[in-house]
Design a protein around this ligand. Structure first.
Ligand code: PMP
Length: 409
C-alpha cells in the first residue's frame, strides 16, 4: 500500500516536470568541475550553481588547515556539544564570530551549529514559545518556515519586503514577545531584505529581528561580515544566523546574539543539545577560512564578484531587450545570486538541459521552491569565475533565446 501510494505521488511529480535528481561531483567545488550525470557519463562543466561565492571550498590553505585539524583532533567530535563534543576549535570559532559581530550587536555571543538548517530551526523553535508571535517574511528559506511550523508560537506571514503591512501587523499584535524573521539575502532571488526599516519597526514595537544571512556572510560588507556590516546596523534586537558552507567554503553555521539569548539557546535548543557536534577539524579549518574572508584576498574576491555581477546583469539585460516576446525577466538582484525568470517548469528544464549539453551547469528552480509560473534559472557567480566564463554563459543564453523566440524571423 505504501509503495503504491508513493508511486502515485512520484508520477504526479513527474507529470508536472518537477522530478529532481542527483548528480555526482568527482572533483573539488570550483568553476570547472568534473560531474557525473544521470546518464553515468562524467563531463567537465562550467558551474554557475554553487554557493561557494569566494571560491574558498577548493582553496589550498583551507585544505591544509583541514588536514592539520584532523591531525590534532582526529575525525568526528564523538558526542553532542554539552557531553564532550565541544572542542577548543569550536570555542575559537565562536570567539572569533562574537568579536566580528561585537560592533553590530551589544554583548554579542556566538553559538555554533552543524548546518544553517539546524541553526534556523534552533533559534525559531527555542525562542518561539506560547507567548510569542512570529512575523515571517513570505520568501523566507524553508528552514525558517519549518522552524515556524515546529514552534509553539502564533505565526503571521507578511508579504515580501512589505514593511507597511508588517507595521500594521505589529501594531495589532497582543503577543508578549514579537519576533520578526527574515532572510537577509533571498536565496532564490538575490535581493536584500530592507533590514534598516525592519530594525526600526522592531524598535517601535518592542520586537526582535532574526536575520538569516546565509548568502550575505562573507560576501557583503567591506570585511565580509555580511548584511549587518553592509547596512551598518547596531542593536541588541538583532539575532543573526550565518552559515559556513557557502562563502566560508566549509560547513556549519552560527547564531550571534546578545549573550542572554545564546545562553538560553544553549539550555533550550533541542537540536543543539541532542545532536553530535561538528567534526573539530572543520572548526579548525574554519579559523583559516574566517581569516581569509577578512584578508586582502577576501576583499579582492568580493571586488571581483561585484565586477562579474555587473557584467552578467548588463549582458542579460541586452539579450532580453532583443527578445521581449519570450517574456523572460531579470530579477533585481544585489548579490552573486542572479535569477533569470523563465516561467514554465518544462521550459526552464529544457533550457537548463540545453545549457548542460553545452557544458554549462545552471540549475532550473521550480515550484514549490519558487511560486508557480516563476520557474527560473538560478545563476550564481563565484569570485574564481573570470570574465570569459560569464561571456560564455551570455553567448549560450543568447543562442538559446534566439532559438526559442518564435517572433524572431
Ligand atoms: N538559509 C538559507 C537562506 C539558505 O539558502 C540555506 C541553504 N540553502 C540555509 C539557510 C541552510 O544552510 P545549510 O545549507 O548550512 O543547512
Amino acid at each position: 500500500m505504501l509503495l503504491e501510494h508513493l508511486r502515485a505521488k512520484l508520477s504526479a511529480i513527474e507529470a508536472q516536470s518537477l522530478t529532481r535528481f542527483l548528480r555526482q561531483a568527482e572533483s573539488p567545488t570550483a568553476p570547472r568541475q568534473q560531474v557525473r550525470g544521470a546518464d553515468g557519463v562524467t563531463r567537465e562543466l562550467l558551474m554557475f550553481c554553487s554557493n561557494d561565492y569566494l571560491g574558498l571550498a577548493a582553496e589550498p590553505q583551507i585544505t591544509a588547515a583541514l588536514i592539520e585539524g584532523a591531525m590534532i583532533y582526529g575525525g568526528g567530535s564523538g558526542a553532542s556539544p554539552l557531553i564532550s563534543g565541544h572542542s577548543r576549535a569550536h570555542e575559537q570559532v565562536a570567539e572569533t564570530l562574537s568579536a566580528w559581530m561585537a560592533p553590530h550587536i551589544p554583548e554579542a555571543k556566538a553559538l555554533g551549529f552543524c548546518t544553517g538548517y539546524m541553526a534556523n530551526l534552533a533559534v525559531v523553535t527555542a525562542l518561539g514559545d506560547e507567548q510569542t508571535e512570529i512575523f515571517s517574511e513570505a520568501w523566507n528559506h524553508a528552514s525558517l518556515i519549518d522552524g515556524s511550523r515546529l514552534a509553539r508560537a502564533q505565526v503571521t506571514r507578511y508579504a515580501h519586503a512589505d514593511v507597511a503591512q508588517l507595521r500594521g501587523l505589529l501594531a495589532a499584535s497582543q503577543a508578549k514577545v514579537k519576533l520578526i524573521v527574515t532572510d537577509a539575502v533571498f536565496s532564490m532571488d538575490g535581493d536584500l531584505a530592507p533590514l534598516p526599516e525592519l530594525l526600526a519597526l522592531a524598535d517601535d514595537f518592542d520586537a526582535w529581528l532574526i536575520v538569516d544571512d546565509a548568502h550575505g556572510f562573507g560576501v557583503l560588507g567591506e570585511r565580509g561580515r555580511g548584511s549587518l556590516e553592509h547596512f551598518k546596523l547596531r542593536s541588541e534586537r538583532l539575532i543573526l544566523v550565518g552559515t559556513l558552507g557557502k562563502a566560508a567554503g566549509l560547513a556549519g553555521a552560527f547564531v550571534v546574539a546578545h549573550a542572554t539569548i545564546t545562553d538560553y539557546l544553549l539550555q533550550a535548543a533541542r537540536n543543539y543539545i541532542f545532536s553530535t557536534a561538528s567534526p573539530p577539524a572543520i572548526e579548525h579549518a574554519l579559523l583559516t577560512s574566517l581569516a581569509l574572508i577578512e584578508s586582502d584576498l577576501g576583499a579582492e574576491r568580493r571586488a571581483n564578484l561585484r565586477r562579474l555581477q555587473a557584467q552578467l546583469r548588463v549582458g542579460i539585460a541586452a539579450m532580453l531587450a532583443r527578445h521581449p516576446a519570450l517574456g523572460w525577466r531579470l530579477a533585481p538582484s544585489d548579490t552573486p545570486v542572479q535569477p533569470l525568470i523563465i516561467g514554465g517548469n518544462a521550459e526552464v528544464m529544457a533550457l537548463a538541459a540545453r545549457l548542460e549539453r553545452e557544458g554549462l551547469r545552471v540549475p532550473g528552480i521550480r515550484p514549490p521552491t519558487v511560486p508557480a509560473g516563476e520557474a527560473r534559472l538560478r545563476i550564481t557567480l563565484c569570485a574564481t569565475h573570470v570574465e570569459a566564463d560569464v561571456d560564455r554563459l551570455l553567448l549560450a543564453l543568447a543562442a538559446a533565446a534566439a532559438d526559442m523566440d518564435v517572433s524572431t524571423p
